[in-house]
Design a protein around this ligand. Structure first.
Ligand code: PEP
Ligand code: MN
Length: 349
């Protein structure tokens, strides 16, 4: 941390800052310039925050130098992490050496629709199935998901396909029940800053897929991941799903640069959701190719056997030719960037 004194700061004011820093066990290095004095602080950053240094007389500004997140930072853990999803013997990696393809229906609508969407996903090469049983919709009048009945359908899909399943949880009270039925817990864009929910999934003992808040900065997103890690769960996969901008041509704007930016800052895997980012099925394949090229650790894509009748997000769901094109892209392109498609139990011995 660096304290910048104002040009007219007195020697007493500088000495007072040093004294306050030393009172909490820190060290203060004073550097006097022609116009200004700056003071470099070394020690426990949290104790410096309690000093409210900005309020001291003569202080013009206080700058943080190190990242505010610790456990998820690459400063803390330089090697990129792999998160393994699924029960022992059926795990799928998400990490730097592989490319993981996750697909399934946006919402679990019925046993038949979920089974058919999962079959489409699996035959296109997906090795993790997605599907929402709790749908956090913008309108309270829109389909809210089947709840527990949906979780039971997903547990059946897990049995039938032998693939791990990821589903969203929206209420901290539901976390144990959701964790009992699926392999990975999703925190959606609307709940990225729901700190009680983040803490609850941090204690659930299952990997977490943490979507970026639609108006969250990368730092806020990583701080949300830190909430989960701080409760003892470092099995967190980040998901860039588009952010709100002024551009109405797509539902959100896919922030593709977030992928390498996050990978430089954090050791956690990062995947891309081109379906929720664009809201348009014609963009899912090109954005998936972009995700692979930029170095994403995977994609998560909506598929539906009959998008016209879908209860949620039909316009972005793939089937037919587009799904075949996506299957080809996720099979062939990862190799170009030095990755293998992530199969069930691809590497862990
Ligand atoms: C979803 O994946 O089903 C979903 C609702 O996504 P998001 O939270 O990114 O909108
Ligand atoms: Mn959706």
């Amino acid at each position: 941390m660096v304290v910048v004194m104002s040009p007219d700061a007195t020697d007493e004011q500088i000495a007072h800052v040093v004294e306050r820093v030393e009172s909490v066990g820190g060290e203060a290095f004073v550097s006097k310039g022609v116009v200004r004095t700056i003071i470099g602080l070394v020690g426990d950053i949290d104790s410096f925050h309690h000093l409210n240094l900005r309020t001291l007389a003569g202080v013009a500004d206080v700058h943080r130098i190190s990242d505010p997140y610790k456990l998820v930072s690459r400063q803390h853990h330089p090697d990129r992490s792999t998160v393994w999803v699924g029960p022992a013997g059926h795990q799928v990696p998400i990490g730097p050496d592989t490319f993981t393809f996750i697909a399934g229906p946006c919402a679990v609508e019925s046993k038949e629709q979920t089974a058919e969407a999962s079959r489409m996903a699996q035959s296109a090469g997906a090795t993790i199935i997605r599907g929402g049983a709790f749908k956090p919709r913008t309108s309270p009048y829109a389909f809210q998901g089947l709840g527990l009945a949906g979780l039971e359908i997903l547990a059946g899909i897990r049995e039938a396909t032998g693939l791990p399943v990821v589903t969203e949880v929206v209420d901290p009270r539901d976390v144990p029940m959701v964790a009992e039925h699926v392999d990975m817990l999703q925190v959606g864009t609307r709940n990225m800053a729901n700190f009680g929910l983040l803490q609850a999934v941090g204690e659930a003992g299952k990997p977490v897929l943490l979507k970026r808040g639609m108006t969250a900065t990368i730092e806020e997103w990583l701080m949300a991941a830190e909430y989960i890690a701080q409760r003892g769960n470092l099995d967190v996969v980040l998901c860039e799903r588009g952010i709100r901008t002024f551009e109405p041509a797509t539902r959100n704007t896919l922030d593709i640069s977030a992928v390498p930016v996050v990978q430089a800052a954090s050791h956690l895997p990062v995947i891309v959701d081109p379906s929720h980012a664009s809201g348009r099925k014609d963009l899912v394949v090109p954005l998936s190719r972009a995700a692979i090229a930029v170095g994403a650790d995977g994609v998560i894509v909506d598929v539906h056997p009959d998008p016209e009748t879908a209860l949620c997000d039909g316009p972005q769901a793939l089937l037919g030719a587009e799904l075949r094109e996506l299957a080809q892209a996720v099979r062939r392109l990862p190799e170009v960037v030095g990755r293998a498609p992530a199969g069930v139990l691809a590497q862990r011995g």
